[in-house]
Design a protein around this ligand. Structure first.
Ligand code: FES
Length: 114
């Protein structure tokens, strides 16, 4: 799924219509990809509560709700809606010709396998 040096294809734009989110594993990372009224956002997809699949949760505006116990995150910032100390990693996202790509802020798990 690689494209250029550090951008990775995550999905086709049609797989995640406005107002929805999806879960994908990219380069060993679980990512929650969200389409907020046509704007792409991607955060760490593992809920910090008990590892729930955030990307399969309900998106309402920019707030993504974990399907397991209801923790809520702003996909534009990664911040938990109640606790300011809980924050998901936010990944860069861009769409090119109908395909969506993500770029991670730090090296992925593969960097530890040398
Ligand atoms: S695992 Fe996400 S709220 Fe519990």
């Amino acid at each position: 799924m690689t494209n250029s040096s550090d951008w990775f294809r995550i999905a086709s734009a049609t797989e995640c219509p406005p107002g929805t989110s999806i879960e994908r594993v990219v380069e060993g990372r679980v990512v929650a990809l969200a389409n907020v009224a046509g704007a792409w956002h991607a955060i760490d997809g593992l809920c910090p509560h008990q590892g729930g699949p955030l990307g399969t949760g309900r998106l309402c505006g920019a707030v993504l709700t974990c399907p397991w116990h209801g923790w809520q995150f702003d996909v534009t910032t990664g911040r938990h809606q109640i606790s300011a100390t809980v924050r998901q990693a936010v990944h860069e996202v861009e769409e090119r010709a109908g395909e969506v790509f993500v770029r991670f802020p730090v090296p992925g798990p593969e960097a530890c396998r040398a």
